[in-house]
Design a protein around this ligand. Structure first.
Ligand code: 4NP
Length: 168
């Protein structure tokens, strides 16, 4: 990575309408707050294509709005093998997403880019992945937003990631 090219992060969930677009929005807001906007960029996608072209789920947009975040216009898309070349870090939201992405990896180099969101959970979290809120009520969406916000702070401070090493 040269100092002029942003570090590219891809958040992945199943449908790309709940967790991963929320992760992308929260990551961008946290990066801006940390003064990292020019050093990182983010996108999101799903392992399944049922919702391709859709806006994020209105229940997730409402939860994001309640937490003070705003939607930037993302439309759902499906994960593709080229994403292994187009991104530096690929972050599945749950273990099934991780398995589905690793199945598509073409090399050890591709696989090494895949690191689950739970790698940045604080030790006090009771969750071991980002839970799927799709079939539940509003509290589940709020809980996902709060979990992602707490974890994103850890990700953006992770000294192993190049955008932080470059700053030190
Ligand atoms: P996401 O949530 O993977 O966080 O976007 C879901 C979205 C859609 C479905 C399941 C989960 N679905 O079954 O359609």
């Amino acid at each position: 990575m040269s100092s002029s090219s942003p570090y590219r992060v891809l958040f992945v969930c199943l449908g790309n309408i709940c967790r991963s677009p929320a992760a992308e929005i929260i990551f961008n807001a946290a990066a801006k707050k940390a003064g990292l906007s020019g050093c990182v960029c983010a996108d999101s996608c799903g392992t399944a294509s049922y919702h391709t072209g859709s806006r994020p789920d209105s229940r997730m947009l409402a939860a994001l709005e309640r937490a003070g975040y705003s939607y930037g216009g993302h439309r759902a898309r499906t994960f593709r093998r080229a994403d292994f070349s187009d991104f530096d870090l690929i972050i599945p939201q749950d273990h099934a997403n991780e398995e589905d992405i690793l199945y598509l990896s073409r090399s050890a180099e591709d696989a090494a880019k895949v690191r689950g969101m739970w790698n940045w959970f604080s030790p006090s979290e009771s969750e071991h992945e980002v839970p799927d809120p799709y079939y539940g009520g509003p509290a589940g969406f709020d809980a996902v937003v709060a979990l992602l916000a707490r974890s994103m702070e850890n990700l953006l401070r992770d000294a192993r990631l190049p955008f932080n090493r470059d700053r030190q």
